[in-house]
Design a protein around this ligand. Structure first.
Ligand code: MLC
Ligand code: AMP
Length: 501
């Protein structure tokens, strides 16, 4: 039996999930996810690592489908709910999904693709009502089985599928349960997208493993988050810095009595965590004033789960991401992948059971991302203080942008822009932004003077999700290049977009 399901058996009567104004117990989650596994198996004995893509709204349905796929022996491929068709097509084709599970809201969008690719399409609430309830025999397999593929942008133009085994997922969850003292008395809320580790592992995975109650909101809204806080049940909250920024702005717009009520409610929380991007010192300090809590900042990555964390008990320094989490080995290395001592600046490298298996169908990219002696190279640059605490200084690659907590590849956007018939050449960069961390912007060399930037912007939104699309465009006759002919992106940032750092 999956470890997370085994854990659920300890809390059968407890409420596991609150979504769509309903509560679901652990017992219901177990029964319904087993039923879903039975439906997926469809008289087969084991899905044997078949990829199952699913576009399902956050909440009970999402988790029963996820657990169902795992219990049937398949690999979960969660799809981003705001992906337009080209991104969905890429993810489904690249992951070689054979089955597609959708909430009714997404049938119209995905039916044609399912038919074209001869995928088995399961529409929730329609195709998953089992008629004759035969006993479901679930396959037995060990933890080395592949469990999940998440797509992440990197220094290649197309996103890569990060494959994590059940062993990896279990290790990632266990590490956080221990470090952050999750318990069955906790009550958390998930407002993050469920195609990335922050939502999947840190919030939902940990919450359900611990026997806690996990509430879902369909998407982020500061007002809805605060209204849920006011009910007084939530005691653990995790989000990206942009969300804390947005919550602060909303709090500042409220009348004083509401501000006080919220401050009192939040001051009773056990834990509030920030991660996925650097937490600005100003956000941490303002949050301390409005919640009376010190945010716990941690650092992680899709390929390796969570790696570094400020202490649960102990001083949390702003601008620092803390110390290695249980079961994770971390070091700093120079360009030759030699370990370096503290106070020097180097790349964060990671080893441990939490580390992913491979990039899906990309053995070369997988090999390149590890040192000869098996350390995963994160591409993040940091320094360590005498006590062993890490401070992130930046990234090796200017082509990786973090906006709103999403990792975005400048190369992927450039590639798409270049396919537009009015773009001769382009350069995409991330510029500093208080709210979003970085803002995606593009310098465009047009084919002729008639370029219509509004049309270009509308068009790119049909090609990729809105969070990846440029927020500002500048027209330029020629991109700045160095003696080797390479575009000097830092010049584009500074000269065209006035980025100071
Ligand atoms: C959205 N908008 C942006 C934007 N994203 N503007 C600038 N930059 C961006 N990146 C705009 C939209 O286009 C829209 O405007 C308006 O904001 C509202 O869009 P939305 O999609 O409704 O935004 P919102 O729901 O407010 O989204 C903000 C957010 C979201 C912060 C909730 O970005 C989010 O969920 N981020 C979390 C991502 C995450 O989970 N990352 C973890 C990765 S794992 P308009 O004009 O278009 O209407 C990882 C490892 C680790 O990193 O360590 O955790
Ligand atoms: P992703 O590939 O989406 O999992 O994003 C992982 C990246 O997010 C890391 O490589 C870091 O660059 C960044 N990141 C995560 N947490 C932090 C943090 N606390 N501070 C700075 N950067 C972070």
């Amino acid at each position: 039996m999956l470890k997370i399901v085994k854990q659920a058996h300890k809390n059968l009567k407890k409420v596991a999930i609150v979504s769509e104004n309903r509560s679901f117990t652990y017992q219901e989650l177990i029964v319904q996810s087993e039923n879903f596994a039975g439906l997926l198996l469809n008289k087969q004995t084991d899905l044997n690592e078949t990829s199952v893509a699913f576009m399902v709204l956050p909440g009970f349905d999402y988790v029963r489908v996820q657990w169902g796929i795992w219990q049937a022996g398949g690999i979960t491929v969660p799809l981003c709910l705001s992906y337009p068709i080209p991104s969905l097509r890429y993810t489904i084709e690249n992951s070689e999904a054979k089955v597609l599970v959708v909430s009714p809201e997404f049938v119209e969008l995905l039916q044609p693709l399912a038919t074209e690719k001869s995928l088995r399409l399961i529409v929730l609430g329609k195709d998953d009502l089992l008629e004759n309830k035969e006993e479901i025999l679930l396959p037995v397999f060990d933890e080395s089985r592949r469990a999940m593929i998440l797509y992440t942008s990197g220094t290649t133009n197309l996103p890569k599928g990060v494959v994590t085994s059940h062993r990896g997922l279990n290790a990632q969850i266990s590490s956080l349960i221990k470090a952050w003292k999750w318990s069955k008395n906790d009550h958390t809320i998930c407002i993050l997208p469920l195609h990335h580790v922050h939502g999947i592992i840190n919030i939902v995975g940990c919450g359900l493993w611990a026997g806690a109650c996990c509430e879902f909101l369909p998407n982020f809204s500061a007002e809805a988050v605060f209204n849920t806080f006011k009910e007084g049940k939530i005691n653990v909250f995790m989000a990206v810095p942009t969300i804390y920024f947005k919550l602060i702005s909303h709090w500042e717009s409220l009348p004083p009595d509401e501000q006080t009520e919220l401050t009192e409610t939040m001051s009773r929380f056990r834990l509030m965590v920030s991660g996925s991007a650097a937490l600005p010192v100003s956000v941490m300090e303002k949050w301390k004033i409005i919640s009376k809590l010190t945010l716990l900042e941690r650092y992680g990555m899709t390929e390796i789960g969570m790696v570094l964390s400020n202490p649960y008990a102990g001083i949390r320094y702003s601008g620092h991401v803390g110390y290695p989490l249980p079961g994770v080995q971390v070091r700093l290395a120079d360009e030759q992948d030699h370990e370096i001592s503290y106070t020097e600046i180097g790349e964060i490298q990671v080893k441990g059971t939490t580390v992913f298996n491979e990039y899906w169908q990309k053995p070369e990219a997988t090999a390149e991302s590890f040192t000869k002696d098996g350390w995963f190279k994160t591409g993040d640059v940091a320094t360590v203080d005498e006590a062993g605490g890490y401070r992130i200084l930046g990234r090796n690659s200017v082509d990786i942008i973090k906006s709103g907590g999403y990792k975005i590849s400048a190369l992927e956007i450039e590639e798409v822009l270049r396919t537009h018939n009015s773009v001769l050449d382009c350069c995409v960069v991330g510029i500093d932004d208080n709210e979003w961390g970085e803002l995606v912007v593009a310098a465009i060399v047009p084919k002729n003077e008639q370029i219509d930037l509004t049309e270009l912007n509308n068009w790119i939104r049909t090609q990729m999700p809105a969070y990846k699309t440029p927020r500002k465009y500048k027209l330029i006759n020629e991109l700045p290049r160095n003696a080797m002919g390479k575009v000097t992106k830092n010049d584009v940032k500074k000269q065209l977009f006035g980025n100071i750092s």
